[in-house]
Design a protein around this ligand. Structure first.
Ligand SMILES: [Zn+2]
Length: 179
């Protein structure tokens, strides 16, 4: 990133923040959306052109949004938790692309991470049902942690499939945070 890009980034962020210095302003933001522009016509808050993955960041204190912003710029905030949010949204995006591609979705690290399952729970994907008051969240997390697919019993596997098809996949397809 050039000095000029960094200067434009910091002034855009500070202008939209409550705090008026960079070190404090970076603490006010969360990554809240991701969309893709395959034509690369997006221009980052720093002036960088041909942005394909367009993140939105939202200010927790005043509700301001900055869009589009690239992952390189988000990394400049120097916050591990923001970098994790970039990874989370990128992974969710990849999962949705796989669903749209008719790829068979499995509860493995090919398609999921622990952070994704936690996100799905936080966002209400695991609606309570007559089997589980948590909608299968703890079960899915437990099954995901088993990792090796072979360890799943037949009833576990069918419950996973039902939860993926009835809750997780429809939720990801409808998730407005993904463009
Ligand atoms: Zn940028």
């Amino acid at each position: 990133m050039t000095t000029e890009n960094f200067r434009r980034l910091t002034s855009a962020v500070i202008a939209a923040s409550v705090a008026k210095d960079w070190a404090a302003a970076v603490l006010e933001w969360d990554v809240t959306e991701l969309e893709e522009d395959p034509t690369g016509s997006g221009e980052c808050a720093c002036g960088q052109q041909e942005l394909v993955l367009l993140f939105t960041i939202t200010n927790k204190r005043n509700g301001a949004k900055l869009y589009p912003i690239g992952s390189t710029c988000v990394q400049k905030f120097g916050r591990t938790d923001l970098n994790r949010q970039v990874t989370l949204y990128s992974d969710l995006f990849r999962l949705r692309a796989a669903i749209l591609n008719n790829t068979q979705i499995t509860l493995t690290s090919n398609h999921f991470s622990r952070a994704m399952i936690e996100y799905l729970n936080d966002e209400g994907a695991f609606t309570p049902d007559r089997w589980d008051s948590d909608g299968g969240y703890a079960f899915m997390l437990d099954m995901f942690n088993k990792h090796k697919k072979d360890e799943f019993t037949r009833p576990q596997l069918s419950k996973i499939t039902v939860l993926l098809n009835r809750k997780v996949i429809p939720f990801v397809l409808a998730d407005k945070s993904l463009g």
